[in-house]
Design a protein. Structure first.
Length: 315
């Protein structure tokens, strides 16, 4: 009879293995119009570049603990510089012009207080920038009384558009390129905390209203990063194999969850590694997603191309 390895017991006196340290923590994938993938290695305080031909290089080090990233219509790369995984976090939103090399700070404070830890970012079809500012790390550094969502307008003005208690801890964010709808991952790692995907209508100025639940992953690990395809469907990085505490369960296995704007689950792309963080569309036809998970970058195909802000397959 074949050996059943999964049924083997722990050795006498043994205990389950746990993570002692992490060498990398991948996040913030963003693909440019030429097919180059940029992603964050927060643990090592750097941004990596995976060229379309497969060459991997360091794009920036230190990255000031960059987390989420995205491109705008002009091909400029935006960075959420956070405060997690060690010192040196920028706690600001910055932008790099890849053609000229210009690197600029767009905002580092609001009402005289530094941001907590800018996490994820997106750009709508009108060029408005939206980013989330939770605090998942050392909460003693917080200067903001609220964890919220901010909008940067064309003139550089910054407005907090969503805040507690309407949401608990904002994480991943996505906006439709017709500027009509904003989606927000609300993932609070406390017992009973939100594991929700919210939707908001946007008016002509980018102000949200009509808050509604799209999907609730509770009590499992909820979403982290999120993207949209050209049919309007959501792709959410969510789930975990091993619960990290009493605040979550393993009810939601790790993967990219595809759902309609009404919250109907259409399928899941399984990802066999913790911790699954984010994704970005790319490829010649826009139907390839690159997924950041733990120490690994995964690649998969999707039914439709992604919505992105720069002129390409989705326009």
């Amino acid at each position: 009879m074949a050996q059943s390895y999964e049924s083997l017991p722990l050795p006498d006196g043994g205990q389950q293995a746990e993570i002692a340290t992490s060498l990398v923590f991948t996040e913030g994938p963003a693909v440019d119009a030429a097919g180059n993938l940029y992603f964050s290695d927060i643990e090592n305080n750097r941004i990596m570049k995976l060229a379309a031909d497969g060459e991997r290089t360091v794009f920036r080090q230190p990255s000031h603990r960059t987390n989420g990233q995205t491109f705008d219509q002009l091909g400029r790369l935006y960075h959420c510089e956070g405060s997690e995984f060690g010192p040196g976090g920028g706690r600001r939103v910055t932008r790099t012009n890849l053609e000229t090399g210009e690197y600029e700070v767009l905002t580092d404070s609001y009402d005289g207080r530094r941001y907590n830890s800018p996490n994820d970012i997106c750009v709508d079809g009108a060029g408005r920038i939206y980013f989330t500012d939770p605090c998942y790390g050392d909460r003693s550094i917080m200067e903001m009384e609220k964890e919220g969502v901010y909008r940067i307008d064309a003139d550089g003005g910054v407005t907090r558009i969503i805040e507690q208690p309407d949401i608990e801890r904002p994480n991943g964010i996505a906006v439709t390129q017709d500027c009509s709808t904003l989606y927000l991952v609300d993932s609070c790692p406390t017992v009973g905390g939100n594991r929700k995907i919210w939707a908001f209508d946007l008016d002509g100025e980018g102000n949200p209203s009509n808050q509604r639940v799209v999907f609730d992953f509770a009590p499992g690990r909820g979403g982290d990063g999120m993207r949209l395809d050209i049919d309007g469907n959501l792709y959410v990085a969510a789930g975990i194999r091993a619960a990290r505490g009493p605040h979550e369960t393993t009810d939601v296995p790790p993967g990219i969850y595809m759902m309609t704007p009404a919250g109907e689950l259409l399928g899941r792309i399984p990802i066999g590694e913790d911790v699954l963080t984010n994704l970005a569309f790319g490829g010649d036809d826009g139907r390839t997603i690159y997924v950041t998970a733990g120490k690994t970058i995964y690649r998969a195909r999707t039914p439709a191309a992604g919505q992105v802000s720069y002129p390409t397959w989705s326009q």
